[in-house]
Design a binder for this molecule. Structure first.
Ligand code: NDP
Ligand code: GUE
Length: 296
C-alpha cells in the first residue's frame, strides 16, 4: 500500500514557517499585505476566498478582500488593480478566477504589477520561469506547493520521467517548467492526446501529476508499480463529495506514494499563497528570510 502524502500536515508546517517569517517582518515594522479581488458570486470562489482570509489572519498577514458585484465593469476592476499596484501596504494581489464574461481576465492579470503578482500569471514572471532565471520572482502557488510536497515526501525528480495531465497556466504549464528545472524529463499531455498514447506514457511514468478535472481519469492499469501519483483535480459530485482525477482506491495499492482529495494538493495551494505573500513582502523591503523553506 502506498504512502499517503498528508497535504494538510505539510501545509500546516508551511503555515507555521510563514507565521515565523511574518513575526520577523513585523519586528521590523513590515506587515505583509495580501489583496484578494473577487468579482461576482461564484460559490466555489467564495469558499476559497474565505479560506484564504482565515489562513492569512492566523499567520499574521494583513489580508483585504475586495468583493465586487457580478456587473462590475472592466474599467472598475482595472482602477482597483492600479490603486493596489500603488498601495505600499499591499505586497500581493490575487484576482480570483473565474471572472464574469464582461471582464477580460487576461488583460486584468497583465495589469497586476509583476512584483505583486502572487499567482505568477504575469508574462514577465512566466517568462522568467520558463527561461529558468536566477533571482526571486513569484510562481503559481499550486505548482509551487506541489514541488514542496514532493520535496517533503522525498520524491526524487532528477533522472525520472514525469507525466503531467493538463496544460493550464494555473497548474500544468508552470509545473512543467519547475519539474524540468529539477532535471526531470517531463511530458505534458492534454485533451488532444489520444487515449492509447496517454495510457502508454502514463505506464512509463515515475511521477504522475493529474490536473484535468476529469474524475477517475487515471486508473490502476495506467500506473506503473512504485510510481508517485499527485492528484490536483477537484470535481464536486452530486452528493457534495469531492472527487479527484485519480481512482484513488484502485491506484493506491500500486503506488509508492499518492495524494488524497481532499487533503492533498488543495491545502498546499493556500499555504503556498501565504508563503509567496511573505516572500514578496521581504523582496519589497529588501529583507532576507534566512531560514530556508526546506527546514519545515
Ligand atoms: N487542488 C488545487 O489546489 C487546485 C485544483 N484545481 C483543480 O484542478 C483541475 C484542473 O484545473 P485547471 O488547470 O484550472 O483546469 P483547466 O480546465 O484550465 O484545464 C484542464 C486541462 O486538462 C486538460 N484535459 C482535459 N481532458 C483531458 C484528458 N482526457 N487527458 C489529458 N488532459 C486533459 C485540458 O486540455 P486542453 O488544454 O486541451 O483543453 C486542460 O489543459 C480542476 O479540477 C480544478 O478544480 C485547480 C487549481 C488548484
Ligand atoms: N487566481 C486564482 N488562483 C488560484 O490559485 C485559484 C483560482 N484563481 N481559482 C480556483 C482555483 C482552485 N484553487 C483551489 C484552492 C484551494 C483548494 C482547497 O483548499 N482544497 C481542499 C478542499 C476544499 C473543499 O472542501 O472544497 C482540499 O483539496 O483538501 C482547492 C482549489 C485555487 N485556484
Amino acid at each position: 500500500m502506498a504512502e499517503i502524502i498528508d497535504g494538510r500536515a505539510i501545509a500546516q508546517r508551511v503555515r507555521a514557517q510563514v507565521a515565523t517569517q511574518t513575526q520577523r517582518l513585523l519586528a521590523e515594522n513590515i506587515i505583509p499585505g495580501l489583496a484578494v479581488i473577487l468579482v461576482g458570486n461564484d460559490p466555489a470562489s467564495e469558499i476559497y476566498v474565505r479560506n484564504k482570509e482565515r489562513a492569512a489572519a492566523k499567520t499574521g498577514i494583513h489580508s483585504e478582500t475586495f468583493k465586487l458585484s457580478a456587473t462590475t465593469t472592466e474599467a472598475e476592476v482595472l482602477a482597483l488593480i492600479q490603486r493596489l499596484n500603488h498601495d505600499a501596504s499591499i505586497d500581493a494581489i490575487l484576482l480570483q478566477s473565474p471572472v464574469p464574461g464582461q471582464i477580460n481576465e487576461q488583460a486584468m492579470q497583465d495589469a497586476i504589477a509583476p512584483e505583486k503578482d502572487v499567482d505568477g500569471f504575469n508574462p514577465t514572471n512566466i517568462g522568467k520561469l520558463f527561461a529558468n532565471r536566477a533571482g526571486y520572482y513569484p510562481v503559481a502557488n499550486t505548482p509551487k506547493g506541489i514541488m514542496t510536497l514532493l520535496e517533503q515526501a522525498h520524491v526524487e525528480l532528477a533522472q525520472r520521467l514525469v507525466v503531467i495531465l493538463g496544460r493550464s497556466n494555473l497548474v500544468g504549464r508552470p509545473l512543467f517548467a519547475l519539474m524540468e528545472a529539477q532535471n526531470a524529463s517531463v511530458v505534458l499531455l492534454h485533451r488532444f492526446t489520444p487515449d492509447d498514447l496517454r495510457h502508454q506514457l502514463l505506464q512509463q511514468a515515475d511521477v504522475i501529476i493529474s490536473a484535468t478535472g476529469v474524475p477517475k481519469l487515471v486508473r490502476a492499469d495506467d500506473v506503473k508499480a512504485g510510481a508517485t501519483v499527485i492528484d490536483v483535480g477537484i470535481t464536486r459530485l452530486a452528493d457534495g463529495s469531492l472527487q479527484g482525477d485519480v481512482d484513488f482506491e484502485a491506484v493506491a495499492p500500486k503506488a509508492q506514494a499518492i495524494t488524497p482529495v481532499p487533503g492533498g494538493v488543495g491545502p498546499m495551494t493556500i499555504a503556498t499563497l501565504l508563503q509567496t505573500t511573505v516572500e514578496l513582502a521581504a523582496e519589497h523591503h529588501q529583507v532576507e528570510l534566512e531560514a530556508g523553506w526546506q527546514n519545515i
